[in-house]
Design a protein around this ligand. Structure first.
Ligand SMILES: C[S@@+](CC[C@H](N)C(=O)[O-])C[C@H]1O[C@@H](n2cnc3c(N)ncnc32)[C@H](O)[C@@H]1O
Length: 290
């Protein structure tokens, strides 16, 4: 049975407490049963996914073991350091990794003493994550749609959401999800997210602000003011910081993966200069509090 206490689970459709059975969770009020599949409770309603989401899920399940080249690994490291370094987690924290994939950030979160809950709509990705980490009672996994999460109000002191928001296909669904994050955060809790930045390099390459990757995965690139509006005005969270990360300053991006710690220092330096990094960062990072 997953370690997250029963009172933190909540029916994704009716927002009422769930009863834990031996091989399922039950919404007693409406009789919905959520099965536990290979040890991972499943709250996702795959029939309700749109065609765009189905095609993303198919792609994500195929791409479970993607390591990436040196540049990809460098970029992942910068993002991981930027996100996890901002959370300062203690043993009193419970953090949700919403759309965790194979657990790139989850694994870094587990190096803190916090309790970690990781969800994705891909069971294959969660199984890969479980395979990669040492068994621990501090990690709970669940298969769930991030736009329809099975958690009670105030269940988390922090929510991490890296490179997922931009793949939610409509603006209305993105805002509704951010509002649900607010509900699931304790007062004073932190949301830390990253999204594609519609930055100078994207524009110079002539890439579209919104579209489908070759893989069929939908994406929506954000401008900094647009992201701030969704988080602050529409979801009513206070934006504490909004900067660019993975700073592709002109003429530097090819050299960065090869320059070692010096490049990482320059890259992270950019985060402290939002006017610069919002323009050149590959991603935007927002840290907001409830
Ligand atoms: C680009 S990956 C990022 C994974 C992870 N957050 C990271 O930074 O490594 C996007 C992830 O979001 C998941 N995802 C996309 N839409 C989702 C949804 N509606 N519900 C749950 N997971 C979703 C995908 O399965 C995929 O694992």
């Amino acid at each position: 049975m997953p370690p997250l206490p029963t009172n933190y689970w909540s029916c994704p459709d009716h927002s009422v407490a769930l009863h834990a059975g031996a091989d399922h969770y039950l919404c007693r009020q409406f009789g919905h049963r959520f099965p536990i599949v290979e040890g991972i409770p499943c709250f996702a309603n795959f029939e309700a996914l749109t065609d765009i989401q189905r095609s993303e899920l198919k792609h994500r399940e195929r791409e479970v073991r993607y390591e990436g080249d040196r540049r990809v690994q460098y970029e992942r490291r910068i993002e991981r350091e930027a996100v996890v370094g901002r959370l300062r987690l203690t043993a009193a924290d419970r953090v949700l990794d919403a759309g965790c994939g194979v657990g790139r950030i989850t694994r870094a979160l587990l190096t803190s003493p916090a309790e970690v809950v990781a969800v994705d709509f891909s069971h294959a990705r969660l199984a890969e994550l479980r395979r990669a980490v040492a068994p621990t009672m501090r990690l709970t996994l669940a298969t769930a749609d991030v736009t329809r999460l099975p958690f009670a109000s105030g269940a988390f002191s922090a929510i991490v959401h890296t490179q997922v928001l931009e793949h939610i296909p409509t603006a209305a669904a993105r805002v509704a999800m951010l509002r649900s994050f607010r509900r699931m955060l304790r007062p004073g809790g932190t949301l830390c997210l990253t999204v594609y930045n519609f930055s100078e390099p994207w524009r110079l390459r002539g890439d579209a602000k919104e579209g489908r990757h070759e893989t069929g995965v939908f994406y929506h690139c954000y401008r900094a003011d647009e992201l701030r509006h969704e988080i602050e005005v529409q979801a009513q969270l206070k934006v504490e910081e909004l900067c660019g990360v993975i700073n592709l300053f002109p003429h530097t991006f090819r050299a960065f993966p090869w320059l070692g710690p010096l490049a990482r220092r320059i890259d992270h330096w950019g985060e402290r200069h939002p006017a610069l990094s919002q323009k050149w960062g590959h991603l935007l990072l927002a840290r907001a509090t409830r």
